[in-house]
Write a protein that binds this ligand. Structure first.
Ligand code: 173
Length: 321
């Protein structure tokens, strides 16, 4: 009897030690809830919460109503939130190099092999106490959207809403730039504070900007980036099974991103046309000069912000010339 009890007790203890308690992580998005750039994150959370029953759950705190987008990077670094959906342009105050993701001309699958991803991962570790999980947006260009037409690659005399993504390029094109979070774009357009804004191909319908937009400038430039990050201290406390739930869900989102983005971009270009947004196409030499200036100004800006890492990132990210 004694031996039996002792054995049963010992078995229970072992089971208890092996089975970690379910952990709940705080998740935040820097884009409005249920809008395009939050959608894949919401899908990721649903998957983690389904696959992670008894192991790990994410409590979705929400978007900019819960926390201003430009504060998400600091909150993640400090562990105020555990997991975030955010673009590098929103946390250049913590890690200026993150804005360089916009300049990648190779797919993430290649960057994960050529050393570029590892180089960035080290910066996330050192500068942000963070682990980079997945890039959910990496196949969508940015555009200039306008309320007034232009006829050449020149924004002189126009006031354009920006984030750090567009600052160097639009300034090089002669624009006067005004930085705002996405949540302030509609009002800025409505009040005539700006004559246009930078934004990727998809998503202008989410916050009603199509009502105030007359023109989209093509070609698109750069490659928009939105990614999932997790606080490193949080990650360090998870066991292998908990980490696997998160890493698998994240990998699935990154693998699906190209198709997910292509469908949204095609649909939104069509919808923009339907609502009367005209395309200003910079053709031939004008288009080439526009794109060349975009990358030249973009890299010059990154290298100025980070003379130590900028040139190295350019080697990994830029297309072989
Ligand atoms: O324009 C923006 O707010 C911005 O920088 C961005 C970046 C990635 C996706 C969507 C918007």
């Amino acid at each position: 009897m004694r031996t039996w009890l002792a054995a049963a007790w010992a078995a229970l203890m072992v089971a208890g030690a092996a089975q970690a308690q379910e952990v709940t992580l705080k998740g935040i998005t820097s884009f409005a809830e249920k809008t395009f750039y939050s959608r894949a994150f919401e899908k990721f959370i649903d998957k983690v919460n389904a696959d992670g029953k008894g192991l790990v759950q994410i409590n979705y705190i929400g978007g900019p109503k819960a926390m201003p987008p430009f504060e998400v990077g600091k909150a993640l670094a400090g562990g105020v939130v555990d997991i975030a959906n955010v673009t590098g342009a929103f946390y250049t105050n913590v890690m200026p190099e993150a804005d360089a993701w916009k300049l990648t001309e190779r797919p993430m699958s290649e960057l994960r092999k050529n050393g570029g991803f590892d180089y960035m991962a080290k910066l996330y570790d050192e500068k942000m106490n963070a682990i980079y999980l997945a890039r959910q947006i990496g196949n969508t260009p940015f555009h200039v959207y306008l309320t007034k037409p232009i006829f050449k690659p020149d924004l002189t005399g126009l006031k354009i809403r920006i984030t750090p993504v567009y600052r160097d390029f639009f300034t090089a094109l002669g624009a006067t730039v005004v930085q705002t979070a996405p949540g302030e774009v509609y009002t800025a357009l409505e009040r005539g504070v700006v004559d246009g804004y930078g934004w990727p191909t998809a998503g202008i319908f989410d916050l009603g900007w199509h009502e105030k937009t007359k023109f989209r400038v093509d070609p698109g430039f750069y490659t928009a980036e939105v990614s999932f990050l997790i606080n490193k201290t949080t990650w360090g406390k998870l066991d292998a099974a908990q980490r696997k739930v998160i890493a698998d869900a994240a990998a699935l989102i990154e693998a699906e991103s190209a198709a997910f983005e292509a469908a949204a971009n095609t649909a939104d270009i069509e919808r923009q046309k339907q609502v009367g947004i005209q395309t200003i196409e910079l053709k031939g030499a004008d288009g080439e000069a526009y794109l060349a200036k975009a990358y030249e100004a973009g890299w010059a800006g990154i290298i100025k912000q980070s003379p130590e890492h900028g040139p190295k990132l350019r080697e990994f990210f830029a297309k072989a010339k």
